[in-house]
Write a protein that binds this ligand. Structure first.
Ligand SMILES: Nc1ncnc2c1ncn2[C@@H]1O[C@H](COP(=O)(O)OP(=O)(O)OP(=O)(O)O)[C@@H](O)[C@H]1O
Ligand SMILES: [Mg+2]
Length: 279
């Protein structure tokens, strides 16, 4: 933020919903990756994007970041058009990509230093904060090791820390828990909750239903490019007509996979164990 006028402008733009997606479509040739979705993410919310593989979650997230141009419809993030205002918008965003985009020839320490310099942050403060995050994620010992030599999960930790260093208003995370061990998942869950307690907001995609059920204020379930359920966990249970059910059962019902998963398992058992369950 460079002056008061811009500051007021940002305040005004942020007074409503942080993300407004309206009848968004994204086609790749014949492939309808996203086929007309509408949703909003409110300030102070943890919003979950759930959906089977290929449902359109990453495509939606890439549109929010201005990495893909919509085929039809609109997306606004923090009041901005991601395609036009991406520099201002990105100052307020923390993004964790599905595939880690970090510089593999650098060490985590060098990446964090680089982020501090391009974002104009205090180098010492960033280093202290990065060390604290890396320690909480059990990765402090890798601070000076080349990223190319780190395991997938440890690379993911570097990406998560990189997205947090400038204290973004909105965290956009595409499958941030992918490949993380159970303890780290708990720590990341805490980081997300603390981020919101300190006034931030989060939209993230995940396949881990228990985590989504625990931390999301609202969830959109996407299937084949369309939203098939949206709301709080209780609202989703109603939409699926599954009172008292787990999010996993609600998810399978809304994505019409509950019957197919039962028949797939029965077919596999028959193939491998025989009709009577004998090998
Ligand atoms: N660049 C592209 N060109 C063609 N098709 C694409 C492209 N990107 C994505 N798709 C297709 O769009 C659909 C949605 O993909 P997307 O990556 O958004 O799914 P997703 O919900 O993130 O899945 P996952 O859970 O596996 O990450 C898929 O069928 C995918 O193959
Ligand atoms: Mg994806």
């Amino acid at each position: 933020m460079t002056n008061n006028a811009e500051g007021k402008n940002l305040e005004k733009k942020e007074s409503g919903d942080l993300i407004v997606v309206d009848r968004l479509k994204k086609y790749f040739g014949e492939k309808k990756a996203v086929d007309g979705i509408t949703f909003r993410v409110h300030s102070g919310e943890v919003f979950g994007l759930l959906g089977p593989n290929g449902a359109g979650k990453t495509t939606t997230i890439k549109v929010l970041l201005g990495l893909l141009e919509p085929t039809e419809g609109t997306a606004r993030v923090l009041g901005f058009d991601p395609l036009k205002d991406d520099v201002v918008m990105k100052q307020r965003l923390g993004y964790i990509a599905e595939e880690p985009l970090i510089y593999k020839s650098l060490t985590p320490f060098e990446v964090f230093e680089f982020i501090a310099s391009v974002r104009g942050l205090d180098g010492d403060k960033v280093t202290a904060l990065a060390k604290e995050y890396m320690e909480s994620l059990g990765a402090l010992e890798y601070m000076n090791q080349n990223i190319a030599t780190l395991s997938r999960g440890n690379k993911q930790k570097v990406q998560i820390v990189s997205a947090l260093l400038h204290d973004p208003t909105l965290l956009i995370m595409d499958d941030p828990l992918l490949g993380l061990d159970a303890k780290t998942v708990k720590v990341v869950k805490e980081i997300i909750e603390l981020h919101v307690k300190r006034g931030g907001s989060v939209i993230f995609s995940t396949h881990i239903m228990e985590i989504a059920q625990e931390i999301c204020d609202r969830i959109a379930i996407i299937n084949k490019g369309i939203i098939v359920g949206i709301g709080t966990f209780e609202e989703l249970r109603k939409q699926a007509d599954k009172a008292g059910a787990s999010l996993e059962d609600v998810f399978l019902r809304l994505t019409e996979q509950d019957a197919s998963v039962t028949s797939i398992i029965a077919k596999l058992r028959e193939s491998f164990l025989g009709k009577n369950g004998n090998v």
